[in-house]
Ligand binder design. Sequence first.
Ligand code: DC
Length: 221
Amino acid sequence: MIITIDGPSGTGKSTVAKKVAEKLGFTYFDTGAMFRTIAYGILINRIDYTNHELLTHFLQTAELSLKIHQNKIHFYLNCVDVTDHLRTAEVTSLSSKISTIKAIRDKLSQLQRDLVKGISAVFEGRDMGTVIFPNAETKIFLTAEPTVRAKRRYNELVAKDVTFAQTHSFEKTLQDIQERDERDENREIAPLKAAKDAHLIDTSNLSIDEVVERIIFLVKS
Ligand code: DC
């Protein structure tokens, strides 16, 4: 069985998807982290991703794999665990930019479809219900007001690094989120949008547990 959870950042998607998977005993896959892994590889290898030949060579030689350690999925690029490098502002911004490139989406689509063979899973991303798993049993699309999403993201970043507040304003976080939404929603291939048969949940005024409960109810019914 496949459950897809799509939506923009700051809707609580990752936390919700992880909890839903835990409650149902399913495997959880964060597909945004796969785009982030490729973005990280492009950054550290200083690849000019606008150069088709260089990008093609990088994609052909970059081996992306996932392993579970102590209940947490780790992302590997050419056998190196890069999980702790995927949440920087640079990787966040580049992952959105490179997610518009067909060759990158093709590579990751293949990996995502291969992962599901023989297991029940929760896939979280932007195009899981529309493009990757159009036949998923339950599709969820999470939304929330942009200011609510930016506030959540800002608080999350400050909680991780107290110096963040000294260098970044809330307005900048809101602007970054709006730019990323704009790019994710308007790209030509697999844009961020709800599948026609997705259940829409606005998380602006809901706690994580309330959203999880709603999804479990939808899955069971
Ligand atoms: O969910 P996230 O913030 O970790 O995702 C990082 C970027 O990856 C996001 O800006 C868009 C892209 N992405 C995508 O295009 N398709 C997915 N299924 C998941 C993420």
